[in-house]
Design a protein around this ligand. Structure first.
Ligand code: GGG
Length: 360
């Protein structure tokens, strides 16, 4: 039995999660997978409203023994400031469960139109964008080191440090190099801003250079984040595995999927590679208060996150079936499409179509 903690969270998390579960249940039936889902109703802003905190005191006991966490989205700024809800839930999970790799694919799928064109002005086709973004997930710019002095006075000072540890940087780099070494192109791109951020970022570069010596088969290049963003837009074909700090990785992993047409399809795996603690799988997108409650959210990011979870749990064939179902539905012009994909279908109609395709 593999136990999965399910937390739908806020906003469209409540809408895309049932579709993620629908598809997981369909492939679990098809492949006879021993999956057991436990739903938890915390780590959302309604819970905060009632309890004054995002999580119950024993949250770690409640979910820490599960094999994985399947998460929707967090954030409802009308009730709880975003930094309070994020630090009180998702960032706590990432740190307490030492999910130090945040792995996010950016891949152009069939039937989805990229807003980009190639140098000849032709639309990009599947295969043109196929990269993995590896984001450091437990330290870096997302640091709780800092504070505010002389608050509310003319002398107010606000300080927040970036934290890079050798262990923290090396372990995520190693993951990225190993991933690149297994890929046909074996190319790794590292993002920093070492000219401006002149202490931590050159340190990251140093560790990249040191690790590159262990992986002579991996071609390495380094870019400052600003020009790298420009290259993502102008020649996304060039990138294979891209590794970056917590903040830069977050930015790149919205930009990469945006280059594929919509970030709504993008999944994210917060991995504890040692497997001492559960890993967490979620869509890249957040709670989207602007469209929440209308039933029009695209569930593919959640469904693809479920596929990544299946792979992590050792169910490669089931992963492949989910991905084939997503691609079959997107590639079929008669299949339902949500408004972000140019259609008028609901979240549930798209989820249902993918679940049906995954059964075959
Ligand atoms: N499903 C992802 C989600 O809810 N994200 C909210 C968010 O703002 N995340 C910031 C981050 O991943 O660092």
């Amino acid at each position: 039995m593999q136990k999965i903690a399910v937390i739908a969270g806020d906003g469209i998390g409540q809408e895309v999660m049932p579709e993620g579960l629908r598809v997981l249940r369909a492939v679990a039936d098809r492949f006879g997978l021993p999956l057991h889902f436990d739903e938890f109703h915390f780590a959302d802003c309604r819970y905060y409203e009632q309890h004054g905190d995002m999580l119950p005191p024993d949250w770690k006991e409640q979910i820490g023994g599960h094999d994985a966490i399947f998460f929707g989205a967090v954030g409802w700024p009308a009730i709880v400031p975003d930094h309070v809800s994020l630090w009180g839930s998702l960032l706590k999970f990432r740190r307490e469960f030492d999910q130090y790799v945040n792995l996010r694919p950016a891949r152009l799928l069939p039937g989805v139109r990229s807003p980009l064109v190639d140098r000849q002005g032709r639309p990009l086709v599947p295969g043109d964008i196929d990269m993995w973004i590896v984001r450091e997930n437990t330290e870096g710019e997302y640091s709780s080191v800092g504070g505010r002095m002389y608050a509310g006075t003319e002398r107010e000072i606000v300080l927040q440090e970036t934290v890079m540890s050798r262990v923290g940087v090396d372990r995520v780099l190693r993951f990225a190099f190993e991933l690149a070494a297994r890929r046909p192109r074996a190319r790794l791109t590292s993002a920093t801003k070492s000219n401006g951020i002149a202490i931590t970022m050159p340190y990251w570069d140093e560790r990249v250079e040191a690790m590159a010596r262990e992986f002579p088969g991996v071609a390495v290049d380094k870019f400052h984040i600003d020009i790298l963003c420009a290259h993502f837009v102008q020649r996304p074909q060039a990138f294979d595995v891209v590794v970056a700090s917590n903040l830069f990785g977050d930015i790149l992993s919205d930009l990469g999927p945006a280059c594929t047409g919509t970030i709504a399809v993008a999944p994210s795996a917060n991995l504890n590679p040692t497997r001492q603690w559960p890993s967490l799988f979620e869509p890249v997108h957040g709670s989207a208060p602007d469209i929440a409650g209308r039933g029009i959210a695209n569930p593919i990011g959640q469904i693809w996150a479920g596929a990544m979870m299946l792979d992590f749990l050792g169910h490669r064939a089931a992963h492949d079936a989910v991905m084939a179902a997503i691609e079959a539905v997107l590639g079929d012009p008669r299949a339902p499409r949500t408004p972000d994909l140019g259609g008028q279908a609901s979240c549930a109609q798209l989820g249902q179509a993918i679940a049906e395709a995954a059964k075959i």
